[in-house]
Ligand binder design. Structure first.
Ligand code: NAD
Length: 297
């Protein structure tokens, strides 16, 4: 492993700098842990990464159209961009190509600039899937209740289909969103039965596991989307919220004796796959996870 100083000295000697510049485009992203994960992994691999926050809420002079932001990043030689709320769908018409995952999910969270082309990927799906595989081995997947069918929920539902869930029930306070996601999953995946429950019907279900894919439980939106009185010790409970990592739902589930999966799994593994796409190098997932966790402590 080369230190930052050694990288600087060596590159200066050779008259070359091979910095990779990456950005995160979104709103309200000042506390994102993604930049640190990429930059720290780059240092370990001898690849300097400069990871810029392109926080539209903080632009001097106010908002800019997404098209201008993508153009500017490409012109300035960025290797790629992560894309987050609220642009994961809006970015699609601005790209030249989509990966199979991004096309199936209908959302992009990673853009790679390569040979004059803009290629869109979705690493949220593999992020949730890999986090689940690593941390919840043996979890029963006969019937899963997913609450939340928004931007992140779409990726989570596709991940559950890939994980082999037999029956997926989707609930969202915006019922039309749940119905749209049901149709999308049923069309894209064989061997899974998908249904929709409204928030009252949801109370009569006794699923093997529940995932919260709503923002409820975030520090700025306390509470739980799933009534904690319905928790049973044999259930598993996953949350994709990661500010805080221990949401009210997870704390109640843990107290009840349920297996729990915090939002860090998805956050770490989406970055692991994005690092691979940006750099062409194989990242050390455990190291990126440790970087993420160090920020918690
Ligand atoms: P979104 O606004 O696109 O979707 C949220 C959905 O939840 C909406 O469809 C909304 O109608 C529904 N909803 C809200 N409150 C509800 C309730 N009480 N009951 C039922 N449905 C309800 O948001 P998003 O981009 O999908 O993000 C959701 C959460 O996931 C956020 O907290 C975000 O920070 C988190 N997230 C985590 C990761 C990760 O890597 N762990 C990645 C992306 C997003």
């Amino acid at each position: 492993m080369r230190s930052q100083q050694e990288i600087l000295a060596n590159d200066a000697d050779q008259g070359t700098f091979d910095d990779l510049v990456i950005g995160l485009v979104g709103r309200g992203i000042q506390r994102s842990r993604t930049p640190r994960m990429h930059m720290a992994e780059g240092v370990h691999q001898g690849q300097r990464i400069i990871y810029q926050l392109l926080d539209v809420d903080q632009f001097p002079g106010g908002d800019r159209p997404l098209e201008q932001i993508i153009d500017a990043a490409e012109i300035c030689g960025f290797a790629g961009l992560n894309i987050t709320f609220p642009y994961k769908i809006d970015v699609i018409p601005l790209l030249d190509e989509l990966s199979d995952n991004a096309r199936a999910i209908g959302a992009v969270n990673t853009v790679v600039f390569k040979d004059g082309r803009r290629i869109g990927h979705n690493t949220d799906k593999v992020g949730f899937e890999e986090g689940f595989r690593q941390n919840m081995p043996g979890a029963i997947l006969d019937h899963v209740l997913q609450i939340g069918a928004g931007g992140a929920g779409v990726a989570v539902a596709h991940a559950f289909a890939s994980l082999g869930v037999k029956r997926l029930t989707i609930a969202d306070s915006d019922h039309a969103r749940a119905v749209a996601l049901q149709g999308q999953i049923a069309q894209a995946h064989d061997g899974i039965s998908v249904d929709v429950a409204n928030l009252t019907e949801m109370l009569d279900l006794a699923p093997d596991g529940v995932v919260n894919a709503t923002p409820v439980g975030m520090a700025k939106l306390p509470g739980t989307a799933y009534p904690v009185s319905l928790l049973r010790p044999e259930m598993w409970v996953a949350d994709i919220v990661y500010f805080p990592l221990e949401t009210e739902l997870l704390a109640a589930a843990r107290a009840k004796g349920c297996r729990v999966l915090p939002g860090s799994g998805m956050a770490v593994y989406q970055a692991v796959r994005a690092f691979e796409l940006f750099t062409g190098r194989q990242p050390d997932a455990a190291r990126m996870k440790a970087t993420f966790e160090a920020m918690t402590s």
